[in-house]
Design a protein around this ligand. Structure first.
Ligand SMILES: Nc1ncnc2c1ncn2[C@@H]1O[C@H](COP(=O)(O)OP(=O)(O)OP(=O)(O)O)[C@@H](O)[C@H]1O
Ligand SMILES: [Mg+2]
Length: 275
């Protein structure tokens, strides 16, 4: 009987030489769940995500997706492909995550060719259009190369590419941090729609508690590679137990807060540089 958690991370440690980036992290995520991972720069968030997608191997501990252990290397190309399909990641920086030679349509068609091999040419073509429509890329944008697109448009391509595989879990690592505030809001609304419509399970890594509050039901707070607080997002934000979480919360706007100075906040990272 498969477990009802889509993802289980248990006692995971990652060491890079003398640096321990992730220390004994455990977490689980139910199907259709949404988990925020917050924490200061260098706290191990991306390292944890990279272990979940299988780009990095844990030094110890286990990671299972749909009850299948992925802490050990994949034993076949098919297994590798399945793992890649199950968990997709949208990276912080769309400029480096998209190949400048390919248009959105080409990028998405390629993913469909790998992960949705059952689609014939015309079904693939239809799906490319559907995905572009879903993320709001117009005809020009979907046939342009990344160099001719804005950061927000590129991030839409990255999201469409991630969804093209029909993943069980999508990890967004600071996927809106580099974008300006109005584009952030558009992308966040898009993600909310996708979550509601497809029941996709999300992990959202962000420095920004406002973003996490908007999009996640559960949250873990990381500091120095450890989870120092966890719970329902609304509760953790209402009544944080750990002093670090309190600091984080007090440095971001709350409901009822009037956004007069939002544009003056220089960088998402700066508001929580508390150490
Ligand atoms: N490949 C690597 N080799 C050595 N050290 C690494 C490597 N990758 C990450 N680290 C270290 O591990 C720690 C955690 O890094 P990580 O990128 O996971 O942090 P983060 O929480 O994602 O930070 P940010 O919010 O700035 O993206 C840092 O001290 C970092 O320098
Ligand atoms: Mg990171």
């Amino acid at each position: 009987m498969a477990s009802e958690n889509i993802l289980e991370v248990s006692g995971v440690v990652k060491r890079f030489g003398r640096v321990t980036a992730v220390r004994e992290v455990s977490l689980e995520l139910p199907r259709h769940g949404s988990l925020g991972i917050v924490g200061e720069s260098g706290s191990g968030k991306t390292t944890l995500a990279n272990m979940i997608i299988g780009r990095l191997r844990p030094s110890s501990g286990t990671i299972t997706v749909l009850g299948r252990d992925r802490s050990a290397p994949a034993r076949s190309a098919a297994e590798r492909r399945r793992r890649a399909r199950e968990v997709q990641m949208v990276f912080q920086d769309p400029y480096s995550s998209l190949d400048p030679r390919y248009t959105a349509e080409q990028v998405i068609a390629e993913v469909l060719g790998i992960h949705r091999a059952e689609l014939d040419r015309s079904a693939r073509r239809d799906r490319v259009i559907e995905l572009c429509d879903l993320v709001g890329l117009d005809t020009r944008q979907r046939t342009s190369r990344p160099g001719a697109l804005s950061g927000g448009q590129m991030q839409r391509i990255a999201i469409a590419r991630a969804l093209a595989a029909n993943p069980e879990v999508v990890i967004l690592d600071e996927a809106v941090a580099a974008l300006d505030v109005s584009i952030q809001a558009q992308i966040l609304n898009l993600l909310t729609d996708i979550r509601v419509e497809f029941g996709t399970t999300f992990i959202l890594i962000s420095h920004d508690l406002a973003v996490v509050r908007h999009l996640t039901e559960d949250v873990v707070v990381m500091q120095s590679g450890q989870v120092i607080e966890r719970g329902r997002t609304a509760e953790v934000l209402r009544d944080p137990q750990h002093p670090y979480t309190r600091q984080l919360r007090d440095s971001v706007p709350r409901p009822g807060w009037v956004p007069t100075h939002r544009a003056d906040i220089p960088e998402p990272t700066s508001s929580i540089q508390v150490m």
